[in-house]
Design a protein around this ligand. Structure first.
Ligand SMILES: Cc1cc2nc3c(=O)[nH]c(=O)nc-3n(C[C@H](O)[C@H](O)[C@H](O)COP(=O)(O)OP(=O)(O)OC[C@H]3O[C@@H](n4cnc5c(N)ncnc54)[C@H](O)[C@@H]3O)c2cc1C
Length: 724
């Protein structure tokens, strides 16, 4: 990533009213490290070293916040779960010391995973297939990076390397000695084999109990921290200890997940029918195969599971191998089953994300659990972490009020999606609904083929409720399997043939579902990049009515699932390539790179207009007052490079924390950045450290620049909100 201009303006720093007020806040001072002898020694403890806990610890470590991670397992799981990394998460990972680039290099070639394939077996008839990549994904039109396909455990390995790079270590109980290790020795460490088992709210923090096995003896370590972040997954203990309940639908479907390798199968599929997901329906077996890595022959098979008639123990490695062979259609000689796990699909969101007097915060699956359809789980969790990290950093440095934590909940739970001008959705709830819709879309294909899973689930429920108490379980199992095998005859070659009137009707319906894009989708551009925060660490706009009208017009496009970039408050800063204006700086980069990934910094975007410069000066001054790092980006029209060699020096002096950039519109779209995002070039845009727009105004809407800007920063930092 190119480094861009701008040393911090150092003169005139240090208005002390904020610092004075800070000293008066007992909660805040206890959250900051230090304090009296009973004060918490650790600013932050994170429970759970899954992708979300690790992403959060990386961001905090990078921003200089010391934290400790508790992980109950002694090793990181190798069972791959997530594999699809969406566009926004990849953008975030670009700033994780090049993590996105590492993923791009390590992932399988895109041609091996861009399709979903529907077939009767991996070597049998292909009923249909859908290519989920478009030319825009390769052209990087709306983002400087594209989506990725990379197994969760490999991502965890890369995150651990990045953590190592910022001084984080992984420690085992025998390396730490007994339970008396000083809290300070635990900073920036992942404590493996440590299970969070209790929490106790103290006057100035949280006392966390973590049990661990020390040479065969169970012991408990107590850690006193200011904030406890629950990143401990779907069955979160932290959530339970904080008394936060979940709302939504439970047990939508039970499945068994079989992780296996077969290079023979990988080689065959790579050459014959490469794809990411294979939906396989035949009279002997039904399953969804996720090709995690065709080149290395690594797969996960998901098969429906109906307990209590079916027992998890029924799925031995041998049985799983037999199911795999039935789905493949021939017998790969080298199948090796590595792991088998049962799991249940839920669609639930935590009632609240923040509890225990703002001291316990839930992130990732601890806060929401979605059906995997659409790949929202981990992506939403990483984005939670990104939303939270800069706020925690400003809080722990005494710059923001503790109530800023509430804006994490109000943004990540309720968010405005630009589906309709003023209709609001809930990020987690919306993603839950989207996953549910997607799950239903996935089910539409088997239903069309006469294999309606809802019927299977109803049959299962009927057996559970009516036969459950009358006939023995092994007999129930025979009845259930008998009914299911009768059901599976619907996908026999005899029925599913163009010569069979019913079969040809079903095949035609299936093709039309696929052609109309009504089957399971992989990408959701409108939601992935287009989600927008409505209420939180931001300020409603003071803009001309015409801007709103222009954005209203976009509504119809948005409802088609297309991403419509917006420079409206709450949106992610729209991407465009820009180039530094100064002759000495070379290189082209994205507008997203104007926001630093290495420090907490606000960016003020203006066009080179007299009034905008004046307002930007006021913003720099007030940011300085608040002890916030900030920078101005002056967006010059294309072609300014030679003409305006001096850039903004005369307008912004004595400030040096600015960068002049020249727009590089795409060849096909000859519009400026302002025109493309349908805002006037008189706009002054304040971008937060997480690349979301915090405020947009126009100079003539501002009455008293200094007091208006002071009000804006106070609102973003929650300094004028009532304490919660
Ligand atoms: C089949 C499947 C496919 C999926 N595909 C995708 C996909 O393509 N894209 C996507 O975005 N998402 C996907 N998901 C969802 C994704 O796997 C999860 O959303 C993700 O793992 C959540 O990460 P997390 O860090 O919040 O929780 P987890 O990964 O569950 O990590 C929680 C960690 O906390 C630890 N822990 C738990 N309790 C304690 C305790 N008391 N003390 C200490 N440590 C504790 C656990 O050992 C674990 O390491 C999929 C899920 C499944 C099941």
């Amino acid at each position: 990533m190119p480094s861009i201009a701008g040393g911090l303006f150092s003169a005139g720093r240090g208005i002390s009213w904020l610092r004075l007020r800070r000293l008066q806040r007992p909660l805040l001072s206890s959250l900051s490290a230090g304090g009296g002898s009973d004060a918490p020694h650790l600013p932050v403890v994170i429970v759970g070293a899954g992708p979300v806990g690790l992403a959060l610890s990386f961001l905090l470590a990078k921003f200089g916040i010391k934290c400790t991670v508790l992980e109950r397992s002694m090793e990181f799981t190798r069972h791959p779960r997530a594999h699809f990394i969406n566009n926004r998460t990849m953008e975030i990972f670009r700033k994780f010391d090049g993590l996105a680039g590492d993923i791009e290099r390590a992932q399988p070639p895109v041609d091996l995973w861009r399709k979903f394939i529907y077939c009767t077996s991996l070597s049998g008839s292909i009923l249909g297939s859908v290519d989920h990549m478009k030319q825009e994904d390769f052209d990087k039109v709306v983002s400087p990076i594209s989506v990725a396909h990379f197994s969760q455990y490999k991502l965890v390995d890369l995150l651990l390397k990045k953590l190592d790079g910022v001084g984080f270590q992984t420690c085992f109980p025998d390396e730490l000695g007994g339970s008396s290790a000083q809290d300070l020795l635990l900073e920036n460490k992942i404590l493996m084999g440590h299970e969070c088992s209790s929490i106790e709210l103290t006057d100035d923090g949280i006392l966390v109990g973590a049990s661990f096995n020390n040479g065969g003896r169970m012991q408990e370590r107590k850690l006193h921290c200011g904030l406890l972040l629950g990143a401990d997954g779907a069955r979160s203990k932290v959530r339970e200890l904080a008394g936060i309940s979940m709302k939504g639908e439970r047990d939508l479907q039970q499945l068994v997940s079989v992780h296996f390798v077969s290079r023979d199968l990988g080689k065959y599929l790579s050459s014959e029918r490469p794809g990411m997901l294979f939906f396989i329906f035949n009279p002997d077996a039904i399953g969804v195969l996720v090709a995690h890595d065709l080149e290395h022959g690594e797969f996960v098979l998901q098969v429906p599971f109906y307990p209590p008639q079916q027992m998890f123990e029924d799925f031995s490695a041998k049985v799983c191998e037999q199911i795999i062979v039935k789905l493949v259609g021939w017998e790969p000689a080298d199948i090796q089953v590595l792991d088998i796990k049962p799991w249940a699909m839920h669609a639930e969101v935590a009632e609240k994300y923040v509890g225990c007097d703002n001291r316990v915060i839930l992130v990732g699956d601890a806060a929401h659990r979605f059906p995997p359809a659409g790949g929202f789980g981990m992506n939403t969790g990483v984005q939670d972490a990104h939303n939270l990290a800069w706020k925690l950093c400003l809080l722990l440095n005494g710059i923001a009020d503790p109530s800023i934590i509430q804006t994490y909940e109000s943004e990540r739970k309720p968010v405005r999606f630009f589906l309709h001008a003023f209709c609001s959705f809930n990020v987690a709830t919306f993603n839950t609904e989207l996953s549910l819709e997607n799950f239903k879309a996935a089910m539409s294909i088997p239903a069309t083929l006469g294999l309606d899973p809802t019927i299977a689930n109803s049959v299962h429920r009927v057996i559970n409720s009516s036969l459950g108490s009358i006939i023995p379980r092994n007999l129930q199992k025979v009845v259930l399997e008998g009914l299911f095998s009768i059901g599976r005859t619907q996908v026999s070659d005899y029925i599913l043939s163009e010569n069979n009137p019913l079969g040809s009707l079903r095949l035609a319906r299936l093709r039309s579902i696929l052609d109309e894009g009504k089957s399971l989708q992989l990408q959701f551009p409108a939601e992935d990049l287009g989600f927008r925060y409505g209420k939180g660490a931001l300020v409603a706009e003071d803009c001309a009515e015409s801007t709103y009208q222009a954005e209203d017009l976009k509504h119809s496009k948005r409802s088609s699932g297309e991403y419509i970039p917006s420079a409206k408050v709450g949106s992610r800063l729209p991407h465009m390539l820009v180039r530094p204006l100064s002759a000495s700086s070379e290189g082209v980069f994205s507008t997203l790179d104007l926001v630093s990934g290495d420090k907490i910094e606000f960016v003020i975007i203006i066009a080179p207009l007299k009034e905008s410069y004046k307002l930007a000066q006021a913003m720099l001054r007030i940011a300085d007052e608040f002890e916030l790092s900030s920078k101005v980006c002056v967006m010059w029209p294309q072609g300014s490079r030679d003409v305006e060699a001096k850039g903004s020096i005369s307008e912004l002096a004595p400030w040096t924390n600015y960068v002049d950039v020249e727009e590089i519109p795409r060849a096909t779209v000859n519009s400026s950045w302002w025109e493309m995002y349908q805002v006037s070039n008189r706009s002054v845009i304040l971008v937060r450290p997480d690349e979301h727009i915090a405020w947009r105004t126009e100079p003539d809407m501002v009455r008293d620049a200094y007091s208006d800007v002071r009000r804006v920063f106070s609102q973003i930092l929650s300094l004028n909100r009532p304490q919660v």
